[in-house]
Design a protein around this ligand. Structure first.
Ligand code: FUC
Length: 823
């Protein structure tokens, strides 16, 4: 459907259209709006809203609206079973034996003997089919928008001379999705709302104005890449410990007109205005409780949410929603430059295409940056589960990779922008989840390896499964058997402390961090040169060619393993120092740290990925795991370890720029850490390519990141990467504009967070820092690194020339703001 100007005949119509266009343009020009002149045909054109728990994808058809709904806790299965593979420890011994003999082929076979069961799947909950009778099929002046600033989706169109509007929000304070339908003439809203689901469900009317969908999750859903079972989706479970229940309720309140409940759902006739209240709840009662027999009363909860929300009208709900959403969203403002409004006047899908073909559009880059923050606010709220592979949006019963948690990069990437872009509380779901995982992870360490501490492998789910997946030997070890999930996740706990300096948080986190270190202490063995190494070891999901020309993936001491362990031991040591606790364990870690197999520069000048200087089977592999120390770690930097930074650069050059969505996103972060803003910017543009003309990762019309398929990590990784270009703090100093690309000559950003509990605002002109503001929440020694000397107002310290710029240090007072000016 497109706007047909020819059909406009009367002057009144023209006036009405002028008003609509004025509204549209005002919306488009605020810069932070996605907009389209046609409804979505596919799911990746539909627009996402979410309150961290309920998610909706809005297609926006004028007369046949489809709103696809999710609830974040609705997963298949139930709590993990213990000791699913009693032979694992034996297989570990055999794998190690083979590795000692450098028999990688045999090790690769043996290691599969350690595998357990696959994770469960994140499920779609329901579809709301909303038919709207507008008396004609001839619709004009259609527009569909998503305001990232206000977190509201709007659909407007004109039919038979009447302007219809549909506004949709997912409100966190009122725990509901709200659809508000209006028309510019009274008595014109005629709708029919029906519900359906892909899981087992029933729909029943409640009174005249409500509809209730009761759903039952399968007891087991195989991953979409496991296709050897006759019944990949199973409902039966005799124990009642699998198969969650869910409820979804919809209530209609109309201004004038009638509401009735018939065979086809809720019907509203001749109303002036209608508000639909959609609430959902599941019986999920924690990762370790049977979701059926010990489940929560989802019907009572859902009804309570619905009745409470229905006490408020649209205006009240919207006001509360806006206040809540903007209290998070408005913390960061960004301006990457202006080029007029010509690109903003293009619908977002066309704008994306123009951008992919080279259009200069820094406002679009800023919109995409803020869209990442929008998606995090919409998919991860305290009290709920962490954002999964698709955030909270999934329309498939067997979603790609089960839409689960992949913790060899993807889940962590989801949370890279949380602290830096001032959304720290949105990471609480991840912290809670890590705690759960540490519980099952203790069991797995004990049952599978007979070791202490806790371990997690590359995949997990809402039940916090921690075993190596693979269905008892059928998975490829290069992904299934990787077991560094725990220490990598724990770096998020320690980073929370670094960003906040909150010792009470660290006190709670420390035992979990320590548990992950205890497993590693047990797991490490000595190689023939006396180095401590991991055995077996993998470099996520890559293969090597060994000394004898054989391909393999199971070896010892990959660079990623050793880098993660070094990082984790250092974090634990610093944490115990900050807490003045656990001296004996701290000293043990210091001894171990000194003996860990170090980084190596390979014969190509690259950072070696494997224990030996082997070739990769796929030199352009999407994972660049050997650069963990560069990002997200802090071991490598051009400022502190120039030789490893140069090797990292070489590694990136050899890998090439191409990649899946999240791979491109990681590379933005890598290049920013290498202080190469132009290369980071190039990767950002590569990631922001319209998928239809991209060979690898890219963006869908709704700006969801494409692996492909859709994976939300790329959205979050890109927002993190842009932040890293503007501010870094991993070296204990505030690096202002460390990787500013030439493309962003003039701009500003405010509200970014830095380690040390600082909040930073920066303005730049002609590619050069101009002014800044640093708020020291906790005070302490503040070191600022800039390209040019600066003056800190009220502080006598002067800038001292240092590597690649200037350092300025002073003691910041708690609660003070410092203004800086470039000299
Ligand atoms: C890892 C990646 C894949 C994909 C999957 C969800 O296994 O290697 O590319 O992102 O996670």
């Amino acid at each position: 459907m497109t706007i047909s100007i020819r059909k406009i005949t009367s002057a009144i119509t023209l006036t009405a259209l002028a008003v609509i266009f004025a509204i549209y343009n005002a919306q488009a020009q605020n810069g932070l709006t996605l907009w389209y002149n046609k409804p979505a045909k596919t799911w990746t054109e539909a627009l996402p809203v979410g309150n961290g728990r309920i998610g909706a994808m809005i297609f926006g058809d004028p007369t046949k609206e489809l709103i696809q709904l999710n609830e974040a806790t609705f997963w298949s299965g139930g709590p993990v079973k213990r000791n699913v593979n009693p032979n694992a420890a034996n297989a570990l011994a055999k794998t190690r034996e083979a590795l000692l003999k450098e028999d990688y082929e045999n090790a690769n076979k043996m290691v599969t003997g350690m595998q357990g069961v696959y994770t469960q799947s994140y499920l779609p909950l329901a579809d709301l089919n909303l038919k709207q009778d507008v008396g004609t099929t001839n619709v004009e002046a259609y527009k569909r928008t998503l305001s990232v600033e206000n977190s509201v989706a709007t659909i407007t169109f004109r039919a038979a001379g009447i302007i219809y509007t549909r506004e949709i929000i997912a409100t966190f304070p009122d725990k509901a999705i709200i659809i508000h339908l209006t028309a510019d003439k009274p008595g014109k809203i005629n709708i029919n709302a029906g519900l359906s689901s892909l899981v087992k469900y029933t729909v029943e009317p409640i009174n005249q104005d409500e509809l209730l969908l009761k759903a039952k999750a399968p007891a087991q859903v195989d991953p979409n890449y496991v296709n050897y079972n006759a019944e990949p989706v199973k409902y039966a479970d005799s124990t009642n410990c699998r198969g969650m229940r869910a409820a979804l309720q919809i209530k209609a309140i109309a201004l004038h007109g009638t509401v009735s409940n018939g065979k086809e759902g809720l019907a509203v006739k001749n109303a002036d205005e209608v508000t639909l209240y959609i609430c959902a709840a599941t019986s999920f009662n924690g990762f370790d409780k049977c979701p059926d027999s010990d489940g929560k009363n989802e019907l009572a909860i859902c009804d309570q949410f619905t009745q409470a929300a229905a006490k408020k009208n649209w205006q009240q709900l919207y006001k509360a929603h806006l206040a809540d959403y903007q209290s998070l969203f408005n913390r960061v403002k960004i301006n990457l430059g202006k080029t007029g409004t010509s690109q903003e006047l293009l619908p977002t899908d066309k704008r994306l295409l123009a951008f992919s073909k080279g259009a200069v559009d820094p406002q679009f880059e800023a919109l995409f940056y803020q869209y990442g923050r929008y998606l995090l606010i919409s998919s991860s709220r305290p009290g709920g589960p962490p954002a999964n592979l698709q955030g909270i949006w999934n329309n498939l019963l067997r979603a790609p990779w089960s839409s689960n948690y992949t913790i060899n990069i993807n889940t962590q990437m989801n949370y890279w922008p949380a602290a830096t872009t001032n959304l720290q509380e949105l990471e609480y779901p991840l912290f809670d989840f890590i705690k759960n995982l540490s519980v099952t992870g203790y069991n797995t360490a004990h049952d599978f390896y007979h070791m202490q501490g806790w371990v997690a492998h590359h995949n997990t789910d809402i039940w916090a499964i921690s075993n190596p997946v693979g269905d008892l030997g059928k998975g490829d070890p290069k992904w299934a058997n990787w077991y560094m999930g725990a220490p990598w996740l724990c770096r998020h706990l320690f980073e929370r402390y670094l960003f906040s300096k909150d010792e009470s948080f660290l006190k709670q986190a420390y035992p979990v961090m320590k548990g992950a270190a205890e497993f590693l202490v047990d797991f490490l063995v000595e190689d023939k040169n006396g180095y401590l190494v991991t055995s077996p070891s993998f470099s996520p999901e890559n293969d090597f060619i060994d000394d004898h020309g054989k391909e393999g993936n199971t070896s010892i001491a990959t660079t990623m393993d050793m880098s993660i362990i070094r990082d984790h031991f250092r974090n634990c040591i610093e944490a115990s120092e900050a807490l003045h606790t656990d001296v004996a364990f701290r000293n043990l870690l210091k001894t171990k740290l000194a003996k860990l197999y170090p980084l190596h520069v390979g014969h190509k000048g690259n950072l070696q990925e494997w224990y030996k200087d082997w070739e990769d089977v796929d030199p352009h592999h999407r994972h660049v795991s050997q650069l963990f120390g560069l990002h997200p770690g802090r071991e490598i930097s051009p400022l502190t370890t120039p030789e490893y930074a140069a090797a990292s650069r070489k590694t990136l050059e050899l890998r090439g720029d191409a990649g899946t969505g999240w791979s491109l996103a990681w590379k933005i972060n890598f290049w920013a850490r290498l202080l190469d803003g132009d290369h980071a910017y190039k990767l950002l543009r590569d990631l922001m390519r319209d998928l239809s003309i991209s060979n690898g990762g890219g963006l869908y019309p709704n700006l969801f990141d494409a692996h492909p398929p859709f994976q939300i990590d790329g959205n979050f990784g890109a927002t993190s990467g842009i932040t890293e270009m503007l501010l870094q703090s991993q070296l204990g100093e505030l690096q202002l504009l460390p990787a500013l690309p030439k493309a962003w000559q003039n701009g500003s950003v405010s509200g970014l967070k830095a380690r040390g509990a600082y909040t930073v605002a920066i303005n730049w002109e002609k590619g050069r820092l101009k002014t800044g503001n640093i708020y020291a929440e906790k005070g302490g020694k503040c070191i600022i690194r800039t390209q040019n000397p600066i003056l800190v107002k009220g502080i006598s310290a002067s800038s001292v020339a240092s590597k690649g710029g200037y350092l300025t240090s002073f003691t910041a007072r708690q609660g003070s703001t410092y203004q800086i000016n470039v000299l």
